[in-house]
Design a protein around this ligand. Sequence first.
Ligand code: HEM
Length: 466
Amino acid sequence: MDEFVQLETLSPQHFLSLPRPDIIIGTADGVPDTSTLAAHDFDVDTRTGFMPPDPPPSRLPLEWEPWEAVLEDALKTKLQLGGKPGITPEEAALSSSWRARVRETPILSTLDLTNSELLLRRAHHVLVFIMHMYIHTQSLDTEIRIPPSISIPLLQVSSQLQLPAVGTYSDTVLYNWDLKSPSSDPIPAIHNLRSQDLFTGTNDEQEFYLASSRIEIRGVEALELMRATMDEMFVGDDIAVRRITSFLHKMTKVVDELKDILLAVRDGCDPEFFYHSVRPWFCGADSDPAKRKWVFEGLEEYPELQEPTELSGPSAGQSTLIHSLDIFLGLDNCSTQNDPDDRWSLLRRMQNYMPRHHRNFLRHLSSNPRPLRSLVAEGDPKLLEAYNATVNAVKEFRDAHIRIVAIYIIGPSRKAKAREAESSGSESIVDENGRPLKGTGGTNLSQFLKGVRDKTAEAMILPRLA
Ligand code: HEM
């Protein structure tokens, strides 16, 4: 008998393969309700991982049509960034009249949305898209005041979802996809995906999001391997160690493929266009180029709502998949002793931007009573080799990511700086104004990414001397 557990794909008839019901609304007649399982398994799907198994709703019901219509209008008219060099008076006027329309929209009740997790997610997505467009269509010297028509429902919906009132990875990637062409395949093919909403309406922006979606889908096998490994760790005998060794080899291959998918973003997304025309839409209050405070208007009449204190923009740094790998491999808490900056603490902060079920999943993973690293440290040489190979694959993923960030952010930023003939001669990576270049989440970009990469490399375990 093959001693290694085969990782099976569920048949389309299996009850876990049926479309997941909305947690509150329930299932259609005759369809078994798997929602308790969904809640139990932290909203992680056996086919699509942290992405929902079915395309998310692309429009809210009629009651919230005014939001959908306002967003549709902004996307159709292709509103321009307020800070775009050479923005024409016509473009600025178009944005200005759209913003007036946003201000005039009534404050819609969110009460009936609370019946449905899927509608709450769509509402968050629509409202943050409107908010980011409202803010970033204005010039950099304008005070940022988010009108009550957006601020109030957004804060209400965010509080229900326990998500920050700002664009997150779930708004741009996890809950922003559809199938390019209909398919009965229970697992969406990674090249049959499209995005629902795009700030710029361009393929470059879409390819940027889809690089992450493809990674999420390909990463499902890594999640399955984690689960299988944890089951074996429970047993912990010699056979279990051999099986775990085999799982880790498989996981190394998966992580290698994730790196290839990441690097393939270059095929569809132009770095200069990304830097100048896509990325500025993501800016959160923490990385506001003019360091302006974002004022959420109308809160005085809603004392139960709290003014947000920390608002980073959407970033794949909020991908639960990559955090899961770090936690599963024990990378996140094995090397902080000599690290006064605690590089992982920035990543932990990003967990506040993840859907709450996924955050809980990470907590569950961290509380594993028998962490993988402790088993590896017991000294089985083949297990150690397999573990180090997986850690090395994650390190190589981060090397590739640093290259991508150099191509998409650091390079275009330097070129922009050179164009402005403001070369400071400093070796540090700085923005157009000479300040250290910040990530979407307000991080000191280069230092942060290299720090996490180096800590990953340091997590490899040295073989015991005989
Ligand atoms: C053109 C593509 C990409 C660019 C320009 C980019 C840029 C960045 C930036 C600027 C950060 C710093 C943190 C922040 O600002 O929020 C970051 C962090 C991060 N990104 Fe990306 N990213 C890209 C694609 C991806 C993809 C596809 C993934 C995987 C799904 C990913 C995963 C991460 C992770 C996990 C972090 C946290 C740092 C770490 O764990 O090493 N990125 N990224």
